[in-house]
Design a protein around this ligand. Structure first.
Ligand SMILES: Nc1ncnc2c1ncn2[C@@H]1O[C@H](COP(=O)(O)OP(=O)(O)OP(=O)(O)O)[C@@H](O)[C@H]1O
Ligand SMILES: [Mg+2]
Length: 233
C-alpha cells in the first residue's frame, strides 16, 4: 500500500440540470516523502483533486486512502482533525489574514496542532527574519507567498498541498518559492503535491500526474529529479 492511494475517484457537480464531472475515474498512488507535480490545462480537475486529497471537499465516488485511512469515508469531525493536523495548504493567492503580522499569521496556524515548528524559525527558513512584524499589505507577492508557505510548513504537516503556488509570481520569485518547497520536501520529508500548468516545473518532481478532461492521462516517475536551480522556462 502506498502513502496516498486514490482509487477510481469521481467528483460530480450538479449545476441546474447539467452534471459536470470534474474528476472522472482518477486512480494513482504516491509514496511517502515524494514530490509530486499535477500537471494539466485549466479546467482539467486539478484543484478539485487537491481539495479532495486535503479533506476540504469530498469525492462523489471511489476511495481516497491517506496513510491507510480512507478519508472519503471519514465523518466531518475526523475530516476536520485530518485537515488541521496532517495537511498544510498553499494557495495561489496566499490567503493571509490581513490584520495579522507575518509572524502572527504563522503562529495562528501552529496554535491548532500538537507538533508545530517554531514560527520564527520557519520564517527564518523562508528568508523573512527581517519582515516578521510586517502586515501582508506591506509585503510583496513573493514575500506573502513565503509567509503562506511558512504558515503551512510550521504546522509540520505530513502532506503539503500547493495549488499554483507560483501562479501570481514573477519568474525569479516563483523559482525561489519552488526552491523552498523542494527543500521542505527533501529536508523535512513532507509528502508534497504541487499543482501547476507549467510543464517545465515537472522536472523537479519524483512523480508527474498528467490530467486532461477530468482524467489521469498518464503518470511519469523520475529517479533523479532536477534541482529547481537548473530548470529554465
Ligand atoms: N463547485 C463547483 N461547481 C460546479 N462546477 C465546478 C465546481 N468546482 C469546479 N467545477 C468545475 O470542475 C471542472 C474542474 O475544475 P478545477 O477547478 O478542478 O480545474 P483546474 O484544473 O484546477 O483548473 P485551473 O487550472 O483553471 O485552476 C471545471 O469545469 C469547473 O468549472
Ligand atoms: Mg485550479
Amino acid at each position: 500500500m502506498s502513502y496516498i492511494d486514490v482509487e477510481h475517484e469521481y467528483k460530480r457537480y450538479q449545476t441546474g440540470s447539467a452534471e459536470i464531472v470534474a474528476n472522472n475515474d482518477v486512480t494513482f498512488a504516491i509514496e511517502r516523502g515524494e514530490l509530486t507535480v499535477i500537471l494539466g490545462a485549466s479546467g482539467a480537475g486539478k484543484s478539485t483533486l487537491l481539495n479532495i486529497i486535503g479533506g476540504m471537499d469530498t469525492a462523489s465516488d471511489g476511495r481516497v486512502v491517506i496513510d491507510g485511512r480512507d478519508i472519503s469515508r471519514a465523518n466531518r469531525r475526523q475530516l476536520t482533525a485530518y485537515r488541521r493536523t496532517d495537511v498544510g495548504f498553499v494557495f495561489q493567492f496566499y490567503n493571509l489574514v490581513a490584520n495579522l503580522a507575518a509572524r502572527e499569521n504563522v503562529e495562528l496556524a501552529t496554535e491548532i496542532v500538537p507538533d508545530a515548528l517554531d514560527p520564527v524559525e520557519v520564517l527564518r527558513m523562508v528568508g523573512l527574519e527581517d519582515r516578521m512584524n510586517n502586515f501582508p499589505a506591506q509585503l510583496s507577492g513573493g514575500e506573502q507567498q513565503r509567509v503562506a508557505i511558512a504558515r503551512a510548513v510550521a504546522k509540520n504537516p505530513k502532506i503539503l498541498l500547493c495549488d499554483e503556488p507560483t501562479g501570481a509570481l514573477d519568474y525569479r520569485t516563483g523559482k525561489q518559492v519552488l526552491k523552498i518547497l523542494q527543500d521542505m520536501c527533501r529536508e523535512h520529508g513532507a509528502t508534497t503535491i504541487i499543482v501547476t500548468h507549467n510543464a517545465a516545473i515537472a522536472r523537479i518532481a519524483d512523480r508527474v500526474i498528467h490530467m486532461r478532461d477530468a482524467r489521469v492521462e498518464r503518470i511519469e516517475t523520475c529517479a533523479t529529479p532536477a534541482d529547481i536551480e537548473t530548470v529554465e522556462w
